[in-house]
Design a protein around this ligand. Structure first.
Ligand SMILES: Nc1ncnc2c1ncn2[C@@H]1O[C@H](COP(=O)(O)OP(=O)(O)O)[C@@H](O)[C@H]1O
Ligand SMILES: [Mg+2]
Length: 225
């Protein structure tokens, strides 16, 4: 008997456009449990749009979205998706909305129903791991761009999601922090889809590469990049 491969995310024949701008026509994409996938493509290709469709922030005009084995159509279908899949927004200001760093990192795990005590422990551990303990009581608006990026990532990691969708995670990070992120993604993360223009970064973490261009996705060899 063959090994059962679990499809975590499956997009089938997706059509999507913003008013006049057609982005996807018949797009197909699958992410299986255990896959570490890089998504590359030119600016405006629709990478962020693809992640928003998976999270249910945008709805396709045609096609099926199946996540964790269930079809997802209405807003309520995506509540579970957002608890089990962690999205890092391309723009950290879209991610961070609590008054302080501590509260922002705590938001996800609290929303998953964890106790205050458990959440405090998680926040402390994640902050130590990424050297942001000194920022925990800081208001978000007093952070630099790179610090915001790190706090946004910490918030996603704190949820310990089954699957990570990271939209240009290394943008604004210094070399040391990027190396820490590489290490974390290799050691602690089983399944992800990472969007980036940083090919060297992607080559360190991803097993498969997909190119999104002209509304289509195709697998490409990392050696060709
Ligand atoms: N809210 C929006 N309204 C109208 N057009 C949008 C909106 N967001 C993105 N677009 C357009 O959709 C296309 C895909 O955008 P996006 O998914 O952000 O691309 P990428 O992340 O690959 O750079 C681009 O042409 C972009 O200009
Ligand atoms: Mg984008």
């Amino acid at each position: 008997m063959g090994k059962v491969v679990q499809e975590l995310i499956s997009l089938k024949n997706i059509h999507f456009g913003y008013n006049q701008t057609k982005v996807f026509e018949n797009l197909n994409f699958t992410l299986k449990k255990g896959e570490k996938v890089a998504l590359i493509g030119p600016n405006g290709a629709g990478k962020t749009t693809l992640l928003y469709l998976i999270m249910g922030f945008l709805k396709p005009s045609q096609g099926d979205i199946i996540i964790f084995g269930k079809p997802r159509k209405k807003d309520k279908d995506f509540i579970e998706v957002r608890q089990r899949i962690g999205l890092l927004f391309q723009d950290s200001d879209s991610q961070l909305f609590c008054p302080t760093v501590k509260e922002d990192i705590a938001f996800g795990p609290l929303n998953q129903g964890k106790s205050r005590k458990e959440v405090l422990k998680i926040v402390k551990e994640i902050a130590e791991l990424f050297n942001i303990t000194h920022l925990l009581d800081r208001p978000i608006y007093k952070l630099s761009g790179g610090e915001k990026r790190m706090v946004a990532l910490a918030g996603v990691f704190a949820m310990n999601p089954e699957c990570y969708l990271l939209d240009e995670p290394s943008t604004g990070l210094d070399q040391k922090t990027t190396e820490k992120l590489v290490w974390f993604l290799k050691k602690n993360v089983e399944t992800f889809l990472v969007v980036s223009h940083d090919i060297e970064f992607l080559k360190k973490i991803a097993h498969r590469f997909y190119l999104l261009e002209d509304g289509r996705i195709k697998e490409v060899s990392p050696d060709s990049l």
